[in-house]
Structure formats: C-alpha cells, structure tokens
Design a protein around this ligand. Structure first.
Ligand code: DC
Length: 234
C-alpha cells in the first residue's frame, strides 16, 4: 500500500464512439468523488439546439451564424437526479432526446464546426479549473487539457462498439437495426478522425486501452489503478 497522498488531478478519457469510455469515466468519478463531464453530451445538446431551431437542414447544411448566436445564449450543464447525471439545455432535461438516432445522425456535422468547438472547449476548461474532474470526449487530452495528469485513449473494433450501442438503443425501445448502428458508428469514426479542427487522435502521452475482451469490473479496476498512480506522482 502506497501511503503517499492522492492529489486532485484532471483525468482525460478520449476514444471512439461507443467505446464504453463514458461508462468507465462515470464509474471512476463516482468512486473517487470527482466531477464527471461528458463532452459528447455537450455536442449532442448543441445539435439538439440546432435541430429545434431549424438551423440544420435535411442535407446537413448548417446556418452557422444562427447557431453561434443561439449557442451564445444557451446554458448547457449537468444536473444529478434520481436517474443519475442528466444533461440540461436551458434548464430542460434533454438527456433522453440527445441520445436518439436523429441527434446521433447530425452530431458529427455540428461537432466539426470550428466556432462550436471553440465555444464548448472554453466551457469545458472552466469545469477543470478546480481539478478533481473526469472528462471524456475526443479531444480532451489533445486540446482541452493537454496538461492533464492522466490521459486514457479507449478503443475497440467498430463491430464490437456497434453491438454495444445496438443493445443499448434496443433496450431503450428504439427501433433500429444492427447494420444501421454499425453504419452510424463507422460514419462517426470517419468524421471524428478526419475533421480539420481537433480530430480524434491519441495524445502522445495517453495510455491506450482496448477493452474488447474486458469485463466492466476489469476495466473499472484497471482505471482506478491508473488514477492512483497518476494522483501520487510528483
Ligand atoms: O461520445 P458521444 O458519442 O456521445 O459523442 C457525440 C459526438 O460528439 C461524436 O460524434 C463526436 C463528438 N464529440 C467531439 O467531437 N468532441 C468531443 N470532445 C466529444 C464528442
């Protein structure tokens, strides 16, 4: 047992969509008493804002000026309720709506817009000012917190991730096929890794985790061990 004190740190968890990083991040934050920030939920909330405001057309054309103006007035935050952490858009609980296939189909387009990223990265950095935070996303270790004390990059093959997402969506009563979900996962991988602004990539100092063959309990234990190492480091 290492008796050295655990100092508050920033934990950045990045990875491909449906890699299980949000569940890992949430579980870790709960166990160690850190704040958890799901940045994917923030991009999803902005996507919903665009859809509701008629600022994104069927073919994916976005009224960027309109969206930037709407975003400047928007409040995006998290609340903790009986059902766990909820994403709030202008005071409304949008947790369920932001996970729909419609939002998933548009979120890559919205998250590739530089002005949207600049706005959200600024909001995300404010959450990190006090340290003691677990943040997950695509560019946390590379752009939001390049100096984070612990960076994890999670991955698993697209088929494994699509299978997980398919189970999640059908359990929630959404009518989708596995093929549709796989197509969406692949499409998001492509956009996430090839966009000009903050593409998804592993930070040079991030620890890689392929969790294809790990149980949730194994992943959680692995992550706690990485946290304890990092929080004890000088
Ligand atoms: O993690 P998720 O599937 O909920 O993320 C939704 C989308 O948001 C995903 O397609 C990529 C984008 N995203 C991003 O570009 N940068 C982040 N930091 C987090 C998510």
């Amino acid at each position: 047992m290492n008796s050295k004190e655990l100092k508050p740190i920033i934990i950045a968890i990045d990875g491909y969509s449906s890699s299980g990083k949000s569940s890992m991040a949430k579980a870790l934050a709960g166990k160690i008493g850190y704040r958890y920030v799901d940045t994917g939920a923030m991009y999803r909330a902005v996507t919903l804002l665009a859809m509701r405001g008629g600022l994104i057309s069927g073919n994916g054309t976005v009224d960027e000026a309109g969206l930037v103006a709407a975003l400047a007035d928007a409040n995006i935050d998290f609340a903790v309720g009986a059902e766990g952490q909820r994403t709030m858009l202008n005071g409304e609980d949008v947790e369920r709506e932001i996970r729909s296939m419609e939002v998933s189909a548009n979120v890559s387009t919205i998250s590739a817009i530089p002005a949207v990223r600049r706005d959200l990265v600024e909001r995300q950095r404010i959450y990190g000012e006090q340290k003691g935070i677990v943040m997950d996303g695509r560019d946390i270790g590379t752009t939001v917190f390049p100096g984070a004390e612990l960076k994890i990059f999670v991955n698993a093959p697209a088929e494994v991730r699509a299978e997980r997402r398919f189970k999640e969506l059908t359990a929630k009563g959404e009518t989708v096929t596995y093929e549709e979900v796989l197509e969406n996962v692949r499409y998001r991988d492509m956009i996430d890794t090839t966009r000009a602004e903050s593409p998804l990539r592993r930070a040079d100092d991030a620890i890689c985790l392929d969790n294809s063959n790990m149980t949730i309990a194994e992943q959680d234990a692995w992550l706690i061990a990485r946290y304890e190492e990092a929080a004890r480091r000088d």
